[in-house]
Design a protein around this ligand. Structure first.
Ligand SMILES: *Cc1c(COP(=O)(O)O)cnc(C)c1O
Length: 399
């Protein structure tokens, strides 16, 4: 074990005893020097993998220039990033923050403000069973994660839950106090469950007809993860508000809330935060955006996503598993048994090279590699996963 004690950290989750000391693109290296092929990437955060030179350079250059002038002043990287985001999306304005949950809090506040202004105080936001929007009190209340409905009572009121891909369940919840509908285009934490194109189109039509805002939480699906810059572009449906987190910072804490001009009704003093839009993080966001916008990059993500899907489907056929699903490089392999946790552990413990995966549900493995992952690394991952499946006793089908 590393000589450092882990007891001085609050115990909030079970962690393996490895201490990670270095990262190189698709690879993580622990304190013993063991290498791991990383298909978690900080929870779909490291858009360009670990320690890409673009981010190291942006951080070093910006750190030597200006770190934090104060959120009360403009700075160049925040303006550059906001300009890039609005130029390449359907939104007009951006508010930067430090985490996905904070971006969603901002989206909830903006919707409530808009309801107070334009809809007679309507404040209710319809969210979805299985949805995940963060770990603050309001975003936990907005989430539909099993078990959370009784945690940290009392809940923040105003988040009725509909069923994903069931437009009638949404319509049934709309009342005079409803102001918005909020969802992930692909539910990430609940197991990579994509909304259907028909559902998204019906949702846009319904919200428009009822005068409601449509909010997309693209914290996991945005920034190229699903093969388009933002997942709403895949659906051909434009929301009124969108939140970004995770991949926008390529590994550093950065998030954003975007909205159309008509919705931007914050008054001075309504919204803010000490580190919001600081130039050090924004400079990294600019570096990430520039890579995503380079010619051919998103095409490459789509073809890597296709390759991963095909290889996972092959493995599912080989082991008689139910199948795979997802969008772009956010994918899941559905298992026949609740062995997800055991497979994740067996994969990590493989020698000489480990594999890092995540099982958001016991019967499912999630894959969120760097968007720069190579076909060879995907193939290597499949080989390692096959070994891990064997180790937990999965049997290939007789040929
Ligand atoms: C991760 C995630 C969040 C929360 O982001 P944090 O940065 O952990 O606060 C919210 N919504 C979705 C869809 C996420 O995947």
């Amino acid at each position: 074990m590393s000589p450092l004690s882990t007891h001085s950290l609050m115990d909030i989750t079970a962690r393996p005893d490895a201490v990670f000391v270095r990262g190189e693109r698709s690879w993580l290296i622990d304190h013993r020097g063991k290498r791991y092929l990383d298909f978690v990437q900080g929870w779909a955060v490291n858009t360009l993998g670990h320690c890409p030179p673009e981010i190291a350079r942006a951080l070093a250059e910006q750190a030597a220039k200006l770190i934090t002038p104060s959120p009360a002043f403009y700075n160049e990287p925040a303006l550059q990033l906001a300009n890039l985001l609005t130029r390449h999306s359907c939104f007009d304005r951006v508010f930067f923050c430090n985490s996905g949950a904070e971006a969603n809090e901002g989206a909830i506040k903006l919707a409530r403000k808009w309801g107070a202004r334009h809809k007679n105080g309507a404040y209710r936001i319809i969210t979805f069973d299985g949805g995940f929007h963060g770990r603050t009190l309001a975003t936990m209340s907005a989430s539909g994660k099993p078990g959370w409905d009784t945690l940290f009572e009392p809940k923040v009121p105003g988040f009725a839950k509909a069923a994903l891909n069931d437009i009638a369940s949404v319509e049934a919840l709309i009342d005079s106090e409803t102001v918005a509908v909020m969802l992930e285009p692909v539910q990430g934490e609940s197991g990579v469950v994509p909304a259907t194109v028909e559902f998204m189109c019906a949702l846009r039509e319904l919200t428009q007809r009822k005068g409601l805002l449509l909010i997309f939480d693209e914290i996991q699906t945005g920034m190229g993860r699903c093969g388009t810059l933002f997942a709403y572009q895949h659906y051909g449906v434009e929301p009124d508000i969108m939140t970004l987190g995770k991949g926008i910072g390529g590994g550093v804490p950065l998030a954003a809330q975007l909205a159309r001009e008509e919705v931007c009704c914050f008054e001075h003093g309504d919204q803010g935060g000490t580190f919001n839009g600081n130039p050090l993080m924004a400079a990294v966001g600019v570096a990430v955006m520039q890579v995503l916008l380079a010619p051919g990059f998103l095409e490459q993500v789509r073809s890597s996503g296709d390759h991963l899907a095909q290889r996972l489907a092959g493995l599912a056929a080989e082991f008689g598993l139910p199948g795979e699903r997802g969008l772009g490089l956010l994918r899941a392999l559905v298992l026949a048994t609740p062995d997800g946790g055991r497979i994740v552990e067996a994969a990590r413990l493989l020698q000489p090279v480990g594999l890092l995966l995540n099982a958001p549900r016991p019967n499912l493995l999630r894959f969120m590699p760097a968007l720069t992952v190579s076909a060879a690394e995907i193939d290597q991952m499949i080989g390692l996963l096959r070994q891990a499946l064997h180790q937990v006793g999965a049997q290939p089908r007789a040929a």
